[in-house]
Ligand binder design. Structure first.
Ligand SMILES: C[S@@+](CC[C@H](N)C(=O)[O-])C[C@H]1O[C@@H](n2cnc3c(N)ncnc32)[C@H](O)[C@@H]1O
Ligand code: SF4
Length: 387
């Protein structure tokens, strides 16, 4: 049976960061008991047809799941273990914000069963943190990192770079500084201006909100070199890790494997026999809550994916990986041979342009290909099958 992951979405934050378009909301008051009960109810419903499957990872994402009560996390994990087949080494990640209050709760999360923490540091520079609208200072971040290392042998943190006016020299200093606190994993995201965010509005008003493309490409190249020197290789477009420290949960997404998603707006992908379904939960927190309380789940849609849709998603996800897209997965997901999925002339063209490499087992984006990943995948997706 395929490996299975579980994603649990906590949709609340203390404030909305101006760059963020995740399903995150600010509420004055949260009834933790009510939310915990609803998540438990949805978990039970989602697990119904999947009972005793081998669960390899659980991921509490958000929003800011470090605002959850550790008791809520504990009971969700306890129930999870009663529904699925799990082993000691199951990866259990929680996303956390480094404010002091939450850092004080890290022990509670550890006791609840969290064994991997992903910290949203974003920058170790106070000015940048203000620009990013973060509630924490560089000092808070360092404190949170210290507490995190006390409890979690596996932990990662996120930084956002390619900020407007950032120079290669200042990014190098910031990254080298960050590397002194890194353990085995870092997520380094280039700032993207997402539609309908405060940053998008400011950009529309003519403010410079992002770095020029060629400078961003230069920073990307520099990042890869510095990370490699530090022994953390890029295994995905924005993710770097020492061998065996990769995030197993996110690898399920990139390998287009199976995962259950519960909580507002959570996505899931579940296969049964030859078929695969995409599930989506109601996005608005209160709509989801009401649906769970009245009907036992907040499922908005469960869509059977066609072979072409499966190929589309496999392409989009698989090419994000440095090791590339595994050719045998194409046959498994779609019943198509490589040349039926991607006609030769298109692969030849990408190869000639130096964006893609073909080996027996994988289609591998080159470094240049990863730099221009959106264009590379768009080209393949526009030319799927024998169109
Ligand atoms: C679900 S979010 C945040 C988790 C946590 N609430 C936090 O803010 O630390 C996961 C990560 O995506 C990254 N991110 C979100 N929006 C982004 C954007 N517009 N550009 C670049 N990175 C972004 C941030 O690094 C963030 O930590
Ligand atoms: S970046 Fe994190 S803390 Fe900020 S709004 Fe998004 S989810 Fe919330």
């Amino acid at each position: 049976m395929n490996p299975l992951g579980l994603y649990i979405h906590w949709p609340f934050c203390l404030s909305k960061c101006p760059y963020c378009d995740f399903n995150s909301h600010v509420r004055e008051k949260i009834d933790h008991k009510r939310w915990g009960d609803a998540l438990l109810k949805e978990l039970e419903h989602a697990a119904q047809n999947q009972k005793n499957r081998h669960l390899v990872s659980v991921f509490f994402g958000g929003g800011t799941p470090s605002l959850m009560e550790p008791e809520t996390v504990a009971i969700l994990l306890e129930k999870t273990k009663s529904f699925f087949h799990t082993t000691e080494d199951m990866e259990v990640t929680l996303e956390a914000n480094p404010s002091t209050v939450e850092a004080g709760r890290f022990k509670g999360f550890f006791d609840a069963g969290i064994n991997r923490l992903s910290l949203g540091i974003q920058s170790l520079n106070d000015e940048a943190l203000v620009f990013l609208g973060r509630r924490h200072s560089a000092r808070d971040a360092l404190k949170a990192l210290e507490v995190a290392t006390t409890y979690f042998s596996r932990f990662s943190f996120d930084l956002i770079y390619a900020r407007p006016h950032q120079t290669p020299a200042s990014w190098k200093t910031e990254l080298l500084d960050a590397l002194t606190f890194a353990k085995g994993h870092l997520s380094l995201y280039q700032l993207t201006i997402e539609p309908q965010t405060v940053f998008a509005t400011r950009a529309l008003r003519g403010e410079k909100m992002a770095l020029e493309d060629d400078l961003a490409a230069l920073l990307y190249e520099m990042t890869e070199e510095l990370m490699q020197d530090a022994g953390l290789d890029a295994y995905e477009v924005s993710n770097y890790a020492q061998p065996s420290q990769e995030c197993r949960h996110n690898l399920l997404y990139w390998n287009f494997e199976n995962y259950i998603g519960i909580g507002p707006g959570a996505h899931g992908r579940i296969s049964s026999k030859e078929k695969k379904w995409a599930t989506l939960r109601y996005k608005a927190p209160e709509t989801w809550l009401e649906a769970v309380e009245t009907q036992g789940h907040g499922l908005q849609t469960s869509q059977l994916l066609s072979p072409l849709e499966r190929l589309h998603e496999l392409t989009l996800m698989g090419l994000r990986l440095t090791k590339g897209l595994e050719v045998k997965r194409i046959l498994e997901e779609t019943g198509l041979e490589l040349h039926q999925a991607y006609p030769h002339q298109h692969l030849d063209r990408l190869e000639k342009e130096g964006l893609l490499e073909r080996v027996d087992t994988h289609l591998i984006p080159t470094f240049e290909g990863r730099l221009r990943l959106n264009a590379l995948t768009a080209y393949l997706l526009n030319n799927l099958g024998d169109k």
